[in-house]
Ligand binder design. Structure first.
Ligand code: AMP
Length: 428
């Protein structure tokens, strides 16, 4: 085994997989733009307080999963971003973008870091794409982010997804509910596990998130937040559901769904995939009207958003063979040289083809013609251009379509003319 291995919980992405990533990213860019979202790119690290304030110190992320460090002994603690929403809001407030236009629709694709125990579908460095709609608080806004997320899944052809949705109500609703939960769980205190005991005081809603099988029965008997919602909160939620139904988006109401982060209110949602094992959440999000104030904003910035885990999305797509049709070399021409004396001539031809915009590959290792053909097939090249002594003398080359086996003899100019066009067609 080589001496150095990638750090546990991280992984390398090699070219074959990059083609899959680019394909998914392409769909994300197109659809986000279709819905009027613009891309934002943020620093990989922020001051630790941003996440402590923004995500909440009683959450697992802040409590135990952040990679934090002191860049210099007397400096402020810095944390590798464990999620994007707090950073997006920080950036929006810092640049004061909402003063120029009250609504901002932003999306991102990027890496995140959480010190979780690595397992299938759970890494310490992973990627998400997501969207944040800042400046409006309405059922239409949250329905818009859910619709965008679901359209990405739909465009990718992903099946077997389940969208679960809940309303967390407003702050008053939740305060009333928190009290009710405390009273309910209190008699069971001795039976709770350590994390839940801690949550009982700080954030009893999070007990509902517990995956501990021993607690499921107690949790099942807990009061439902839904029963503590005000009339206005119920109406808000029903309007979101109305939009989803109207758009043919299936959902399941899940009164236990609270999500891990503190800043959510009203609608919260999560999507799971039947293709994933224990870590089956592929994406989620909700409305977070309270975040901006939490970060010190003097004005309210209502907002909604979602985040989808790229790695899990790719795993689910791979299982459903959704990448079979992707061929990054669909328009590739492989120059095959028959005699090594003609290698320099072949290199010159390859250079001319590339200069003319034709995706071209050529052997640089002096391999036999058979080996070159094997490589062209391995790369799933679309064409082979043969260069032998006759071709060299006449300036007419044999171009073989590797898909149909059709062969034509052409001048280099004609090759450029033909493939220059078909290349463009093939990449649309
Ligand atoms: P969250 O920000 O926790 O709601 O996560 C949103 C999505 O990111 C999840 O549904 C997962 O798909 C993905 N995700 C979260 N944590 C990890 C992780 N440690 N490794 C891989 N993907 C993750």
């Amino acid at each position: 085994m080589p001496q150095y291995q990638a750090v546990k919980g991280t992984r390398d992405i090699f070219p074959e997989e990059i083609a899959q990533w680019k394909y998914v990213e392409g769909v994300v860019h197109n659809l986000a733009s279709l819905y009027g979202f613009s891309e934002i790119r943020l620093p990989m690290f922020e001051y630790t307080e941003l996440f402590q304030r923004g995500i909440g110190s009683s959450t697992d992320i802040v409590g135990k999963e952040m990679f934090s460090f002191l860049p210099d002994p007397n400096g402020r603690s810095i944390t590798l971003r464990p999620e994007m929403t707090a950073g997006v809001m920080r950036a929006a407030l810092q640049k004061n973008i909402l003063s120029s236009s009250p609504v901002h629709k932003l999306y991102y694709i990027g890496e995140l870091f959480r010190k979780e125990r690595p397992q299938a579908g759970r890494q310490r460095q992973f990627s998400q794409f997501g969207a944040e709609l800042l400046g409006v608080s309405s059922p239409a806004a949250v329905a818009e982010v859910i619709t965008l997320m679901m359209q990405v899944f739909h465009s990718l052809g992903l099946q077997g997804l389940k969208l679960r949705i809940n309303s967390l109500g407003d702050l008053n609703d939740r305060n009333r509910y928190r009290d009710a939960l405390k009273s309910y769980f209190f008699p069971f205190e001795e039976m709770l596990d350590e994390p839940s005991k801690e949550r009982l005081e700080k954030n009893p809603l999070r007990i509902l998130d517990s995956k501990n099988p021993a607690l499921q029965e107690i949790i099942a008997g807990a009061p439902r937040l839904y029963d503590y919602l005000s009339v206005a909160s119920v109406e808000d939620f029903e309007k979101v559901l109305f939009y989803l139904s109207e758009r043919g988006i299936d959902y399941e109401i899940d009164h236990r769904l609270v999500r891990g982060l503190d800043y959510y209110g009203h609608t919260a949602f999560e999507v799971t995939s039947s293709e994933l094992g224990a870590q089956d959440a592929i994406g989620g999000g909700g409305r977070y009207d309270a975040l901006a104030r939490e970060l010190g904003s003097s004005t309210e910035v209502p907002a909604s958003g979602f985040a989808v885990g790229m790695e899990r999305l790719l795993i689910a797509m791979e299982k459903q063979a959704l990448f079979a049709a992707i061929n990054p070399h669909a328009s590739l021409l492989y120059v095959i040289v028959q005699q090594q004396e003609l290698a320099d001539h072949a290199l010159n031809i390859a250079w001319q083809l590339r200069k003319a915009g034709i995706k071209t590959e050529i052997d640089l290792a002096g391999r036999s013609m058979k080996a070159q053909m094997r490589e062209a097939n391995r790369m799933r090249a679309a064409y082979a251009l043969f260069i032998g002594s006759t071709e060299y003398e006449t300036g007419l080359y044999t171009l073989k379509n590797l898909l149909t086996s059709e062969q034509t003899t052409l001048s280099l100019d004609s090759v450029v003319e033909m493939l220059g066009q078909s290349d463009r067609k093939a990449t649309v």
